[in-house]
Design a protein. Structure first.
Length: 253
């Protein structure tokens, strides 16, 4: 998919003045549908995080990953992870308002609130037994003889299947946000800004590049295993997002 296809996929007004104000013209019904789809995307995205990525320690190079790095660097370790998450999110929200306009900013703040609520909701309602079952399945079918210090296999068939499934779900979640003029106030915000300034930069792969940079910066913090899994996760996530954006554009054409 070329850059213009992705640019058309990110819903924007064709009116120059409206674009400069960051507004779009939607009916009330269209706005309701838009926000419901954003909520759906954030719900499935956070469900994948709660069920797979958090229990297995899979990091995809997003805001939380970056915050974990900052919390361990000698020059920035005075603040805990949650404080850095709040600071980085606030900076990204400000960038969203400045470079992407009011309409996307408002939707992104809504996305941020819904995302936090969804993560906490699933954390509370998902039974511990279900999480344990996912962890145990992740240890099924060891690939190779390499193990972690605690005896856990480095990679297994079960973990690979869970990683692929979660990455696809997370990519789909981002699709519902981006295709409805919103961000998750994560690294997708930077990707969308870069794409807006240079339409030759695809949003999905800009996100992937940013995720990789964050993961590589965290090599010391996370270790090689987490970085490799994160790179695979981010790659599948980016491919899913790019495929869905491309399919949507071809359907509209």
């Amino acid at each position: 998919m070329d850059s213009k296809e992705i640019d058309n996929t990110i819903n924007s007004t064709n009116n120059t003045d409206a674009t400069s104000r960051g507004t779009t013209h939607r009916t009330a019904a269209q706005q309701v549908r838009r926000y419901l789809l954003i909520a759906l995307g954030l719900a499935i995205l956070n469900f994948a995080y709660v069920m797979v990525t958090v229990p297995h320690g899979i990091i995809n190079g997003g805001v939380t990953s970056f915050s974990m790095i900052l919390a361990r660097l000698p020059v920035t370790d005075a603040l805990p992870v949650n404080a850095w998450v709040a600071i980085v999110t606030a900076i990204l929200a400000a960038l969203c308002c400045i470079f992407l306009g009011r309409d996307i900013f408002v939707a992104s703040i809504y996305s941020c609130a819904v995302g936090v609520a969804a993560f906490n909701f699933f954390t509370l309602i998902v039974p511990a037994k279900a999480i344990d079952a996912m962890i145990q399945f992740g240890r099924f079918g060891p690939i190779g003889s390499m193990t972690m210090p605690d005896g856990t296999p480095v990679i297994t068939v079960g973990l690979a299947l869970e990683l692929i499934a979660a990455a696809i779900v997370v990519g789909a979640g981002y699709y519902f946000c981006l295709s409805n003029d919103s961000t998750a106030v994560g690294m997708d915000t930077i990707a969308l800004i870069l794409h807006k300034r240079n339409e030759k930069i695809p949003v999905a792969y800009a996100m992937y590049a940013i995720n990789i940079i964050v993961l590589l910066l965290g090599l010391y913090t996370y270790g090689l295993r987490c970085v490799i899994m994160g790179i695979l996760f981010a790659g599948i996530q980016a491919k899913t997002l790019n495929t869905m954006l491309g399919f949507r554009q071809r359907k509209k054409a």
